[in-house]
Ligand binder design. Structure first.
Ligand SMILES: Cc1cc2nc3c(=O)[nH]c(=O)nc-3n(C[C@H](O)[C@H](O)[C@H](O)COP(=O)(O)OP(=O)(O)OC[C@H]3O[C@@H](n4cnc5c(N)ncnc54)[C@H](O)[C@@H]3O)c2cc1C
Length: 378
């Protein structure tokens, strides 16, 4: 990967990020608006096909590019960053196992996808779906209560997990068209943060799907989740957290410099305590960036600790983002408690990473097992 290539996708993104995504961020947050205009702009710029193969018209990029793009978007609007994170995570599976037709549509910016893994039955344990795929008329009937799917009712397809149809194994993955009969969005999304991400429950009642919609082998879902989805998702989710931290740190420093105590003739930044908090925010943000860059390198060079880094990065970034945005709220004071500084949006958005599966606490368990030489599952 050359410097020129890095420049080309980030250059394409920059006017969209600093334009439509930044302009719409408040509306997305305050009114829970789905970032449709941003998605259309990203599609027209070819960025929905960032990780699609050049063979189908995509940009042929990988983990590093996906995370850098998502981070730049999340600096302006974490909701839009999350929508694109889910689209790229789903695209990675479709690229590996999907039809050429859908792959071309994604590369052309005409198809948006997402993951529908989490279920009411197995909650954050996405690797163990309890929903079913029952053989029917040369295909399958899907029945499920999916608990969260970003972009529910807004996307073109769901990369969907179920129990295997007939094979052994924990799961099978399908590509389910959003317009399939029997599929319904159960309730509108009304969350603390990521307010426009439409992560609603989706119900499937006897949804008929052809066998050709199976992504990979029956029973092969676990390997796809861990081998294809996990690295992309972990890196991009961390990138959302990093974008949030960058935005909160920048806004906090600007507020501290510009806010005056007239009676003292000084600013907030003139107080050593305030400067020390801002220094901690900067250090924590830079530490996460360093770990993210090292995770790219570990994966790209096939380092033995690559998977450990992948597990670490989302936990590290997610938890650090909650600390950094907490400091932003403290430093910016009452002005932060209201919406005028803009950091309370980042504070709320940062809370999602901790509970998004694999949750931080599940990751601590996995990382602890890996470090102690124990099997991750079982
Ligand atoms: C903004 C947002 C967008 C989302 N988008 C999607 C999406 O597009 N697709 C999708 O499939 N899902 C999505 N999710 C769902 C997400 O991935 C989780 O499945 C969901 O947040 C888990 O919530 P829960 O209440 O079911 O968790 P629970 O499983 O009930 O967890 C409750 C608590 O128990 C802890 N816990 C659970 N297991 C363990 C363990 N093994 N060790 C230690 N602690 C544990 C958790 O860390 C958590 O603190 C999204 C979630 C959010 C917040």
């Amino acid at each position: 990967m050359t410097e020129t290539k890095v420049a080309s996708y980030l250059d394409l993104l920059e006017p969209i990020a600093s334009g439509i995504i930044a302009d719409n961020a408040i509306d997305v947050d305050q009114n829970g608006t789905y970032p449709r205009a941003a998605i259309e702009a990203l599609g027209k710029a070819g960025l929905l096909g960032l990780i699609s193969s050049t063979e189908v018209g995509g940009m042929g990029e990988g983990h590093r590019a996906a995370a850098l793009v998502v981070e730049r978007i999340a600096r302006e609007c974490a909701t839009t960053g999350m929508v694109i994170c889910m689209h790229y995570a789903a695209t990675a599976v479709i690229e590996a196992h999907g039809s050429r037709e859908v792959r071309e549509a994604i590369a052309a910016g005409k198809h948006l996808s997402t993951l529908a893994f989490s279920e009411a039955g197995s909650r954050s344990h996405f690797w163990a779906p309890v929903s079913t795929a029952t053989q029917y008329n040369g295909g399958a009937h899907l029945d499920a209560m999916k608990s969260w799917a970003t972009g529910a009712g807004q996307v073109d397809s769901y990369v969907w997990s179920s129990k295997p149809m007939t094979a052994e194994g924990a799961s099978t993955i399908w590509l389910v068209p959003a317009k399939a009969d029997g599929l319904s969005v159960v309730a509108p999304f009304n969350g603390l943060g990521m307010r426009g991400n439409y992560s609603s429950p989706v119900k499937a009642e006897g949804v008929y799907i052809e066998n050709a919609a199976m992504l990979g082998a029956d029973g092969g879902g676990f390997d796809i989740m861990m081998g294809v989805v996990l690295p992309y998702f972990q890196l991009m989710n961390a990138a959302v957290s990093l974008g949030i931290m960058e935005a909160a740190t920048t806004k906090t420093a600007a507020h501290a410099g510009a806010t005056k105590y007239q009676h003292l003739g000084s600013s907030l930044a003139d107080m050593p305590t305030v400067r020390a908090y801002i220094a901690r925010m900067r250090i924590k943000t830079d530490m996460v960036r360093g770990l993210l860059l090292d995770t790219f390198t570990a994966l790209e060079s096939g380092r033995v600790d690559g998977m450990l880094r992948v597990l670490e990065i989302k936990a590290a970034a997610g938890e650090t983002a909650t600390e950094v945005t907490d400091l932003a709220m403290r430093v910016c004071g009452g002005a932060a408690f209201r919406k005028e500084v803009g950091v309370e949006r980042h504070f709320r958005d940062a809370r999602a990473a901790t509970v998004m599966a694999p949750t931080t606490d599940a990751l601590y368990d996995f990382i602890g097992k890996a470090v102690c030489g124990l099997p991750l599952f079982g």
